[in-house]
Design a protein around this ligand. Structure first.
Ligand code: GLA
Length: 346
């Protein structure tokens, strides 16, 4: 048998800048070593892809000529394969065959398992283009599978990452600035194990609320702290306050890392969590408790929920070793800044 075309795409942990990407704001993620690997075995003359995943017993079959519409993608069974169908519909691969997918990211835990799956699959199926195009192509696939608009954070982070660095992302200009992660700190991801079905509905609700706020004060990405006061609706005012202040925190976080002011970086993470919990209402009492218990540990500089919220993971910034042996039985990872999505030896 010939060697497969294989690709790996990392998941990401967002250090700060949450729920800012879909209004073209700023975010500060870092790729992690967990991710998805896709290995493609082309079959001469085949006009479909058989996609097998170790996580699911049933294989999925996707025709190469699947139309790029939400309806066509939504008809794909089993349902886990809709993300695969969406990638196929968007990149229109030339050849059919078998794809084997493996990965070690927890699913739906806020570490970008879907973006990592999309990027690995697109590369293995022969997608060629710079990281930014790979990201926007896979974002289109995400939207087809998800059924509504999402931000670019996850795909851009997975596509553009560089080992040893986190990234300052401008989600409107789609620019990426690599910022070295200081060696004298640890980034620890802890899974709350909480998974909420409401996450998708609430995500769409928040996006619409931001659009409504923008009707009153213009693009939130250009907003300055206090601009939200011009919004009379209290709920929309709080949503806007989160986004505007979060963009500001991302700028300050970047500066803090560059200046080696790790205590300030940690405080900004704490403030981000408070803002997400109070103004944006995407936290849960479980996440709040977990964040609180991490912050109580000596040597932890800051902690916050990461990803869309409503469960999933939290991320803590700590002095090396501070959390060792302090996490009980909770699944956790020491995150090292990893490189971006790429072809790998088959
Ligand atoms: C999810 C989405 C991202 C982003 C985050 C919240 O991970 O996929 O685009 O909106 O939520 O910051």
């Amino acid at each position: 048998m010939t060697r497969p075309i294989a690709a790996f795409a990392p998941g990401r942990v967002n250090l700060i800048g949450e729920h800012t990407d879909y209004t073209g704001g700023l975010a500060f993620p870092m790729a992690i070593s967990l991710g998805t690997r896709a290995a493609f075995h082309p079959r001469v003359g085949s006009r479909q892809l058989e996609i097998r995943s170790r996580l699911f017993s049933e294989a999925a079959f996707v025709p190469l000529d699947l139309p790029p519409t939400t309806e066509a993608v939504a008809r794909t069974e089993p349902s886990w394969a809709r993300y695969a169908a969406a990638v196929v519909a968007v990149i229109e691969p030339a050849r059919g065959g078998v794809v084997e997918v493996t990965g070690d990211l927890p699913i739906g835990a806020g570490l970008s398992s879907s973006a990592s799956f999309e990027l690995a699959l697109a590369l293995a199926l022969g997608y060629e283009g710079p990281p930014r195009s790979l990201a926007t192509t896979c974002q289109r696939a995400e939207e087809l599978a998800f059924g509504s608009k999402t931000g670019i954070l996850d795909q851009l982070a997975s596509a553009s990452a560089r080992e040893g660095s986190a990234m300052f992302l401008d989600c409107k200009e789609l620019t990426v600035e690599h910022v070295a992660v200081p060696g004298e700190l640890e980034i620890v991801i802890v899974d709350s194990k909480e998974r909420r079905a409401v996450a998708e509905t609430a995500y769409e609700e928040r996006r619409l609320e931001c659009m409504a706020a923008e009707q009153v004060i213009g693009p939130l990405r250009d907003g300055r702290p206090g601009d939200e006061k011009a919004i009379s609706d209290r709920l929309l005012r709080r949503r806007a306050r989160h986004v505007i202040s979060e963009n500001e925190r991302v700028r300050r976080f970047k500066r803090a890392l560059e200046e080696g002011d790790l205590a300030a970086a940690g405080r900004l993470m704490d403030e981000s969590h408070e803002s997400l919990a109070r103004d944006y209402e995407v936290s849960t009492s479980g996440l709040d408790d977990l964040v609180g218990s991490l912050r109580a540990v000596e040597g932890v500089l800051g902690a916050r929920l990461t990803g869309a919220g409503f469960g999933g993971c939290v991320v803590a910034l700590s002095r090396p070793g501070a959390l060792a042996g302090r996490l009980g039985g909770r699944p956790h990872w020491l995150a090292e800044p990893a490189g971006g999505a790429q072809l790998t030896p088959g």
